[in-house]
Ligand binder design. Structure first.
Ligand SMILES: Cc1cc2nc3c(=O)[nH]c(=O)nc-3n(C[C@H](O)[C@H](O)[C@H](O)COP(=O)(O)OP(=O)(O)OC[C@H]3O[C@@H](n4cnc5c(N)ncnc54)[C@H](O)[C@@H]3O)c2cc1C
Length: 290
């Protein structure tokens, strides 16, 4: 591994200043970055460790009910946070899929997003919940939708010197729920051949008022399934409708064939997982989800 300078700032401003240097790279848990540097797939002449910045590891419930998750908060901290587990269970369960316990104790939500793997397990549930990203740069802070951050495999819209500070989950919508399901050949310690997160809101008559469906591992980034979403609006969530939404989501997918699965296999998985994730969301609402 190449030699690098190691910096451990204690504020976001100091981290941004440290990152504003050619060859500088942020380090959170290092579960992606360290193996990539060892294998020569990524290089860095300066490593900026984010784990000692209080704001980046904090999880805060705001007065309006939204939740700000520091980008360096670990998967374990996120999954065990009471408000996240109660109100955003799809987010909590998705980060419990990241590797095993040791990995989850290191891996951060921000690292999962910024590594920008199409199979990243935390991303679909966050997109389904309409999460936003707070980004710091030498010019100050800006907020964007999380979707805008993802540009392609291993690529984000962050400019050199920009830092993902937090991910904000909006206040809970009454009578809504989300679920994330993935398919892996092994039950654990494997990456998704396909994954689907679905968020659904029902109106007082039990019809679908709003829906977001996010597909993973079937395009260069996690993507929405607009045709499937449009089909759902205003309809009763019957089993036939959810199956049809799955069929349409498979058409919205843009999978490739590789050693882990063919494009056709991935479309079949998307179809099945979409119907199941939507049914899971409906069941949560009917069971009295908050
Ligand atoms: C054994 C093993 C199993 C795994 N299993 C899974 C799995 O099942 N599902 C899955 O999704 N992933 C899996 N991973 C991948 C990895 O653990 C996750 O992607 C993890 O969330 C990355 O977080 P990190 O904090 O370790 O990121 P790091 O490795 O520290 O950083 C990753 C990248 O993001 C950048 N970065 C980090 N934080 C910021 C920030 N705040 N602002 C800007 N850039 C930033 C870094 O510079 C780096 O380029 C696995 C990894 C291992 C080693």
């Amino acid at each position: 591994m190449q030699a690098f300078e190691y910096l451990r700032p204690e504020t976001v401003e100091a981290a941004v200043a440290a990152l504003n240097e050619s060859g500088a790279r942020a380090l959170a848990g290092g579960t992606d970055l360290v193996p990539q540097m060892r294998e020569g797939r990524r290089s860095a002449s300066r490593i900026v460790d984010l784990k000692h910045i209080g704001e980046l590891t904090a999880i805060t419930v705001r007065p309006d009910g939204s939740v700000a998750i520091g980008a360096a908060a670990t998967a374990t901290a996120v999954s065990r946070h009471a408000a996240i587990a109660a109100t955003y269970p799809a987010v909590a369960s998705s980060v419990r899929l990241i590797g095993g316990v040791q990995v989850q104790n290191r891996a951060s939500l921000g690292g999962n997003i910024c590594n920008a793997a199409p199979s990243a397990d935390a991303v679909p549930a966050l997109l389904a919940q309409d999460a936003r990203a707070v980004i710091a740069s030498p010019q100050g802070r800006r907020e964007s939708s999380l979707a805008e951050l993802l540009h392609g495999p291993g690529r984000t819209s962050l400019s050199p010197g920009e830092l993902l500070v937090s991910i904000v989950l909006p206040p809970h919508t009454p009578r809504s729920a989300a679920a994330y399901l993935r398919f892996t050949p092994r039950r654990e310690m494997d990456i998704a051949i396909a994954g689907v997160a679905a968020w659904i809101a029902l109106d007082a008559r039990g019809a679908i008022a709003a829906a977001r469906i996010v597909l993973a591992s079937v395009a260069p980034t996690a993507i929405r399934a607009p045709t499937a979403e449009a089909k759902l609006i205003g309809e009763q969530p019957t089993s036939a409708l959810l199956t049809e939404a799955g069929r349409l989501a498979a058409q919205d997918a843009r999978p490739i064939s590789d050693t882990r699965g063919s494009a056709d296999y991935r479309r079949t998985l998307v179809s099945v997982l979409t119907a199941r994730a939507l049914a899971d969301g409906c069941a949560q609402i009917q069971a009295g989800a908050p």
